[in-house]
Ligand binder design. Structure first.
Ligand code: AMP
Ligand code: MG
Length: 530
């Protein structure tokens, strides 16, 4: 069984509400993530397990029974939602069960989501619909396999209850595993209340959990002062956000709701509500039904991450002021200048990481000015010609080690229409790319290996995700109506996940999920209301 510890509870009652999950009518275990369970030192092969075992797990991972050692709480946090500050958010439909040390000794939160109302529910019902629960499972598993920092899901349990989401929907509870659930919004919660003592407690806890290396840093053979410690913390959180967003851009992920309450300090992707994948390259791509102004559009994600870091910096200012002695006005100016320069440094650091990432996607190890131009030109071409993001890079990956297909020999060997289309749209650009590849220190073979690591052959395309969710929903509803065997959600999901777990390889079934949607996702919309 999972061995729980509950270190977060040691921070003080102001950090959470102790509350048990609501019981549900008839829980049924639909998905169980064996690989993740094994990483949590919790090996049990439920595929081979007895019905009793499955129903016991359904009780635990619906919240009907509480696992030994778990102490369920709902966490307090605030958040800027679409730029507007809401001082009181918090887990309105989630229960943190506790923490578990994984096989690498890293502390992971185990949280139920959709597990009932809490003090933070406001007008919500505390529930989660089945499709968004499954979506979180699939999308997080896909991101993990793509090498993007992310929370993951251990289980999805259907509750046997129907919930109201405009239409009546099947309810579910999803178990989320994350490095922690500390958000920018958690810092905002205490900063907004002027509770500096709790803010400091939170800072120390977060450093010890995610940025322990700060405590062994030295400047001039001395441990860091409180001010240096806070600034080092901000710098490291910024670095993690840059890595995260660059990885999102690399694979074409659009988070969709980068509010500060959905920004994990650990640098993991959390909250998959309205997320989507980029098909046709469009830097303005937005799929969320509530993102009217494109605040969280594909290419806006770095700017927003920086904005979110500025909000974290705001929270740290009072601690920095306290850490110094002297005339208050002067100190305020000084610390403001220091955090500002860190937040501003996001831009240059991001740009550097961004161009290195794209250089790698093009088989180049570093990004010189001419390579940056090559990247800009390619993105502009993809935008104007409406090319598919993933397929374009997959095409280039195949091409790089077949110079015969490149310049001066414009006719590609493969004559399928996609390859021909890409070849003719990119012909001139290929003429620029080719010399860069020739000049590069990497051999063509090495260039291809680098591209293969950075360019997925398959992503969880929106139309495939939606089709699969619809099949799963139907299977669960049919099952509830006939109260027969367990719905075969696992079979449906695994067909897709089998391919998504090896996104950089072409398996026999990969081709089933590489096609682009007929409507080019023009009418695709995602929703927050889970
Ligand atoms: P999210 O969009 O999932 O990031 O949620 C934003 C805030 O709304 C968080 O405080 C959630 O706990 C809360 N929330 C979302 N859905 C519900 C619900 N069905 N019931 C209660 N609270 C909810
Ligand atoms: Mg959230």
């Amino acid at each position: 069984m999972l061995k729980f510890t509950n270190s977060y509870l040691g921070l003080g009652e102001q950090f959470f509400q102790r509350i048990l999950p609501e019981k549900v009518a008839s829980p049924c275990l639909l998905l169980w993530n064996e690989k993740l369970a094994a990483q949590l030192n919790f090996s049990c092969d439920l595929q081979q397990g007895s019905l009793e075992e499955k129903s016991l797990f359904a009780q635990y991972f619906s919240g009907n029974s509480i696992l030994q050692g778990a102490e369920p709480v709902a966490l307090a946090y605030s958040g800027h939602q679409f730029g507007h500050f809401n001082p009181q958010l918090g887990d309105g439909r989630a229960h943190l069960l506790g923490e578990v040390l994984d096989s690498k000794g890293i502390r992971r939160d185990i949280q139920l989501k959709g597990s009932g109302k809490t003090a933070f529910s406001r007008r919500g019902d505390g529930k989660c619909a089945l499709a968004p629960a499954l979506r979180e499972y699939i999308m997080s598993e896909a991101l993990f396999a793509l090498g993007v920092p992310t929370s993951r899901c251990l289980a999805v349990v259907s509750t046997g209850e129907m919930i109201n989401r405009g239409l009546t929907k099947a309810g579910a509870v999803v178990t989320r595993v994350a490095a922690s659930h500390i958000r920018v919004g958690t810092f905002q919660y205490f900063a907004a209340r002027g509770d500096l003592a709790s803010l400091k407690t939170l800072l120390d806890y977060t450093i010890s959990r995610h940025y322990l290396e700060i405590d062994s840093l030295e400047i001039n053979n001395e441990k860091l002062s409180l001010e240096q410690r806070i600034l080092a913390f901000l710098e490291k959180v910024i670095a993690k956000q840059i890595t995260l967003v660059v990885d999102w851009l690399r694979v074409g992920f659009i988070h969709g709701v980068m509010n500060t309450d959905n920004t994990a300090i650990s640098g993991e992707t959390i909250d998959f509500g309205p997320c989507a994948m980029l098909g046709t390259y469009d830097e303005k791509a937005v799929f969320s039904s509530i993102d009217e102004y494109g605040r969280y559009a594909f290419a806006n994600q770095a700017k927003i991450a920086q904005w979110n870091m500025a909000r974290l910096a705001d929270c740290l200012l009072p601690l920095l002021v306290e850490a110094n002695q002297g005339e208050r006005d002067k100190i305020e100016q000084q610390v403001l200048a220091k955090v500002e320069s860190l937040v501003v440094s996001f831009t240059a650091k991001f740009k550097h990481a961004y161009y290195v990432m794209y250089a790698n996607k093009l088989g180049l190890a570093e990004s010189t000015d001419s390579i940056k131009q090559l990247v800009k030109d390619l993105l502009a071409l993809m935008q104007s010609k409406k090319l598919d993001y993933t397929l374009t890079f997959a095409y280039l990956t195949k091409l790089v080690n077949s110079p015969d297909n490149l310049v001066n020999k414009p006719k590609p060997q493969a004559d399928n229409s996609l390859t021909s289309k890409l070849h003719s749209e990119l012909k001139e650009w290929l003429n620029d790319w080719q010399p860069a590849i020739e000049k590069s220190a990497l051999s063509r073979h090495e260039a291809q290996a680098l591209m293969q690591k950075n360019n997925p052959m398959v992503i969880p395309r929106n139309h495939h995700v939606e089709a699969m969710l619809a099949r799963c929903e139907q299977a669960v509803i049919d099952n509830q109506n006939t109260s027969g065997e367990q719905a075969n959600v696992r079979g449906i999901v695994e067909e897709f996940l089998h391919v998504l777990r090896s996104p950089y390889q072409e398996l026999a079934a990969t081709k089933n999920f590489q096609d682009t949607p007929i409507d080019g996702d023009r009418f695709y919309q995602t929703f927050c209301g889970t």
